[in-house]
Design a protein around this ligand. Structure first.
Ligand code: SF4
Length: 732
């Protein structure tokens, strides 16, 4: 039976679970790398004789997974056989009474419509006015299309809404980024410090494996979190810090290391710049000072600082990943980087290794045209250390009342579900209503598709070729993704969609191939291998060329910073008028009867992307709101009771969420897993399940250094009755 027969027979996933068992000898493996999250673990998709994918497993040779996929990766096949998938191109139509609907269209019609709109925008406003929200490999395909067309007006939520502050901070300090996967040497560490980073729940595969090994090897784990996360429960020290005060704790730790002479003197003297400034800066930032701010006992601050020092240089003070909290996040990341520098962990075994990647040659095409303006010009240099487009700036550039010199008039969106990933939903809605045209490319009818003029159904990662994966790691390596089966329904790979639009715009020379396998084969041959070989091995490792993983004792080394040293005092920050050494600033506290909203991850889901996946929905179908028993008592809330949340600006969640009464959260905060509360009814399992934390995030504290969107300054209270019945205005 072919995949088409599965589809046309309505032979859905649950039925398919009952198909006969089959042995591995009757299955054909196809190499891939997982797209369920950004870790991109390489694996094998096993296909039976009828053309059905039976399982996906990890590639033993892959350093991202070491042969073991996480639960989401194993369940990724659920994305392929999800009956709610986008099956055909859709075009928005308006009836005579003004109501709107989507009608199914042919590919010809849908692609023509997109290309014609691109021509019109180019003619009326210039190509730069076509913006792109992108994420993951499909976003890369559209980025190439827009660059060829003449636009560099793109932004990724992964930067300003996630890891941007740490990138700017570590680059300013060490002259290097921490990358993805991060260059943390957790497997050999003696001490791992996690600040609001819940490894295990965030399930960054090889990192979780390394942390588990480190625990087995007796490493000290120190976790700073207002919540007893899974990582905190495996830690020797859990510091349930008062939210928003982390910089005070970091500065007090730095004070202890300096004051007690516990920092790595040889390393600091040889490799760093600005110790005297730092000493002076922290001289009054004692543990007693920090206690009054953080609620962490001075003795605990001293004990944990000494634990780090005794393990140094094999210490990782983890840079975190989703670090946009309070708007001073680049400074907090700087404090964290400085702490690592004092411990001498950068470039040392058990600290941070020097990563290396394979440089994949670019498939030949003409130079991209030079745009007259790019994302860097939206805000006239307001965020000087931003290294990528800022999503909220792209929204503002789309709204005429902001009066940006350079305005965006149309969008493409790929791989990101903006209504659930962007804070400040009113801003997003205004921007979406302001632009003339939105094209969304996705595999699922995510909430964002409801805003589109044209929806293009993309093939899932198990049905398409994609770019060669090359991420920096201990050993340089590449991985291949190829289709395990033909695209189901009428879906098409991202590369094909980009090429078809490009051809309609006369950009053939940028898409000079019939099939993306030609691009990959050409690139692989430059790298001394071939598509044929990679189909057999999936992952190929290369010898390092850049030198050893770690600094040798006393080795001379020039860092890629202004001073050539690790900058405890950042000359880059000083040059741009920012504090060269981080300061603690007080942030607003919850008003009476409100609680700070903290959100995070669950190991079985990736943001809002997976909530409709049958396999993962079976494991977790909705989120809950964690409430301290003291608070539950005050509000007379019971475990499992449904409540609506209302934030400080009067916004109420679209759907109720169940209460989880637990000592594992501080009384001044509540906690939710991000990614639930979908509003699109076409997501038959995920619709209305749980509540969306993003709906509660209307107050955004913008980081002046790089434009990050701090989201932890939002406070919620509880509504125990359905607000619709009470006649309250629901502002979601
Ligand atoms: Fe896939 Fe899990 Fe790896 Fe992410 S960590 S790429 S979901 S297997």
């Amino acid at each position: 039976m072919s995949y088409k027969a599965f589809a046309s027979d309505g032979f859905g996933f649950f039925k398919s679970n009952s198909v006969d068992p089959v042995s591995d000898e009757d299955l054909t493996p196809y190499p891939t790398y997982c797209e369920v999250c950004f870790w991109k673990c390489a694996g094998w998709a096993y296909v039976d004789k009828s053309g059905r994918i039976r399982k996906v497993i990890g590639n033993q040779n892959d350093p991202h997974c070491n042969g073991r996929l996480c639960p989401r990766g194993t369940g990724g096949v659920g994305m392929v056989y999800d009956e709610d998938r986008l099956k055909n191109p859709l075009i928005r139509e308006t009836r005579t009474d003004g109501s709107q609907y989507f009608r199914e269209a042919t590919w010809e019609e849908a692609l023509d419509k997109v290309a014609n709109k691109m021509k019109e925008v180019k003619e009326k406003y210039g190509p730069e006015a076509f913006g792109l929200f992108n994420h993951g490999t499909p976003g890369g395909m559209l980025e190439h299309l827009l660059r060829a067309y003449g636009s560099e007006s793109n932004a990724e939520p992964a930067f300003a809404n996630c890891r941007g502050p740490r990138s700017s901070a570590f680059y300013s300090t060490f002259g290097a980024y921490v990358g993805s996967p991060e260059n943390t040497d957790i497997r050999d560490t003696k001490c791992l410090v996690l600040i609001g980073s819940h490894i295990g729940e965030n399930m960054h595969n090889s990192q979780v494996q390394e942390m588990s090994d480190a625990i087995d090897n007796g490493a000290t784990i120190i976790t700073v979190d207002p919540r007893l996360s899974t990582a905190a429960s495996h830690s020797q020290y859990w510091l349930p810090i008062k939210p928003s005060t982390d910089i005070a704790l970091l500065m007090a730790w730095i004070h202890v290391l300096i004051n007690e002479g516990l920092y790595n003197k040889e390393y600091v003297e040889k490799y760093t710049f600005g110790l005297d400034y730092l000493k002076d800066h922290v001289k009054n930032m004692t543990p007693e000072w920090a206690y009054g701010i953080t609620t962490i006992e001075p003795e605990m601050i001293r004990t944990t600082a000494r634990a780090m020092a005794s393990a140094a240089p094999s210490v990782v003070v983890h840079p975190g990943r989703h670090v946009v909290w309070y708007g001073d996040d680049t400074q907090r990341s700087r404090a964290l980087a400085i702490l690592n520098a004092l411990l001498g962990s950068w470039g040392k075994r058990g600290g941070f290794y020097f990563p290396e990647s394979v440089s994949v040659p670019k498939f030949p095409h003409p130079h991209y045209p030079e745009p007259e303006w790019t994302w860097k010009d939206w805000n006239d240099g307001k965020y000087p250390l931003a290294t990528m487009g800022i999503t909220t700036e792209l929204l503002k550039a789309s709204i005429p009342r902001y009066n940006y010199k350079h305005q965006v008039k149309a969008w493409m969106v790929a791989g990101t579900n903006l209504p659930l990933s962007m804070p400040d939903k009113p801003l997003f809605k205004e921007a979406a209503a302001s632009v003339e045209f939105i094209m969304v490319m996705d595999t699922m009818p995510m909430d964002i598709t409801g805003y589109a003029d044209v929806v293009l159904p993309e093939a899932t990662y198990l049905e398409r070729y994609d770019v060669i994966r090359s991420a920096a790691n201990r050993e340089p390596n590449i991985a291949l993704r190829m289709p395990a089966i033909e695209p189901m329904y009428n879906s098409k790979p991202g590369w094909w969609i980009a090429k078809q639009i490009g051809e309609r715009l006369g950009l053939h020379d940028y898409f000079n191939y019939d099939d993306y396998s030609e691009v990959i084969d050409w690139q692989l041959k430059q790298l001394g291998t071939s598509l044929e070989e990679m189909k057999k091995i999936g992952v190929k490792k290369y010898p390092r060329k850049s030198g050893p993983l770690y600094l040798a004792d006393n080795e001379d080394f020039t860092f890629n910073t202004n001073t050539g040293k690790i900058e405890l005092y950042s000359t880059d920050f000083a040059d741009h008028g920012f504090d060269a050494i981080p300061k603690y600033t007080k942030h607003p506290e919850p008003p009476q009867n409100f609680y700070r909203l903290i959100y995070g991850r669950a190991p079985m889901h990736t943001f809002s992307r997976t909530s409709n996946n049958h396999n993962l929905w079976d494991l977790m179908s909705e989120n809950s709101v964690w409430v301290n028993p003291k608070v539950a008592n005050l509000w007379q809330l019971k475990n499992g009771q449904e409540v609506w949340l209302k934030n400080q600006d009067g916004h109420i969640t679209s759907f109720p969420v169940k209460v989880r009464v637990t000592e594992r959260i501080r009384w001044d905060s509540v906690y939710m897993v991000h990614g639930f509360g979908h509003n699109n009814k076409k997501l038959s399992r995920a619709y209305g399940r749980g509540a969306s934390d993003t709906e509660m995030i209307t107050n955004v504290a913008v980081d002046p250094v790089m434009g990050g969107t701090g989201m932890r300054g939002n406070f919620i209270t509880f509504l125990t009755e359905d607000p619709a019945l009470e006649g309250k205005e629901v502002k979601a």
